[in-house]
Design a protein around this ligand. Sequence first.
Ligand code: SAM
Length: 390
Amino acid sequence: MDMEPSSSHISQGVADTDSSRQRSTSPQSVISTRSLDSQDLTFVEAHGRTYANDKYYMPCDSPEQTRLGLLHHVYSSSLGGSLTTAPISEDVQRILEVGAGPGDWAIAMAERHPDTEIVAVDVAVWDLEGDRDLPNNIIWEIDDLDVFPVDDEDTETEKKGPSSGSAATPLTSIRTNEWTFTEPFDFIHIRGMKGAFRSWPTVYQEAFKALLPGGYIEVVDFDLTTIHTLHNTQLGRMLVALRQATEQSGYPLTGTHMEKATFDSAGFIEYRVRTVNVPFRIAQLNDAETTIGKLWLVIFMEGLEATNLRLLTEYAGWTAEQVREGCDKVREEFKAGYHDEMNTALRYVVARKPGGDGSEQEGTLSEVGLEMEVDTHIIAASDTDTMQVD
Ligand SMILES: C[S@@+](CC[C@H](N)C(=O)[O-])C[C@H]1O[C@@H](n2cnc3c(N)ncnc32)[C@H](O)[C@@H]1O
């Protein structure tokens, strides 16, 4: 069922249009944003959750906003309070935040870099203000950044998503829809966007074009494939069903968007990945680890329904009740200690667009990397850091 968003939701979610906004937005975004003023935006309500559109699988409602806020805390704790592993300079001019969500990262970054212009783009409207003041160096935009090769004769289906019921159709690479930002960025940040894009190579091509020479991209996600101890468990069954459902939806939840080859194919160099393992448990950890372990557990439990509900009901033939019962069983497994040894690998991938002044020398990135503040003590398992310089 389509639902009109409340007017307060819209006014909270959309910043006023002013001259700096016009200067910085893509033409597409201006159009999208104006469509909100004309009440064109619709949300989709299904099984008691609210979604931004008929495509993206995660909800954009108040419980999800709370969960994303907690998740932001885990991410920044995993870096000892830092917001990025990219070696960006203090006076970085322009940053693009792709899929900004309720804006926790964009706001924290804007506060730390008050002279930096941050363009925060999301396809959903979130309650941005809540009880906080928004920094005025963020430009909020509503836009769909999902780009992929499309057949000219297939324009009707180009934005087709899960609710269309269509499986991933291989599309011939005749034309590609594009990002249309009018000014380049020094840094592009993409976090927690697994499953949001149909063609990551195409997204990276657009990011490459949108960056200045020498600019950095950072992609952050957690890795479901590192979850162990799953045989004969409800968690294992749900993860298998989830993977199959996302493959059918055309937006597979894989880790290929974190692989070097995917960045290479778009022209990026100096691929580097930092992995931080976050525990799921609360026993046998020191105080700081216990805090993160507890928080991560709460986020995971809350995320079970948010992650599975739409995909399993639309693609795997589960009813909403079956999904909720499945989530309850997984919670019981955690309480019973089945998954006590589980860690999640948070991965931070950074790569650079060639060019720029003087940063072409080998070793530059690793030297900067050494200066990064990463408190390995806050995380129970090992911190590993690997880098490959082209
Ligand atoms: C899991 S949330 C992560 C939010 C934020 N990056 C963070 O780390 O807190 C994914 C976000 O991506 C947005 N999103 C999904 N598909 C998108 C698209 N095609 N274009 C822009 N944003 C999108 C969703 O609305 C949601 O806010």
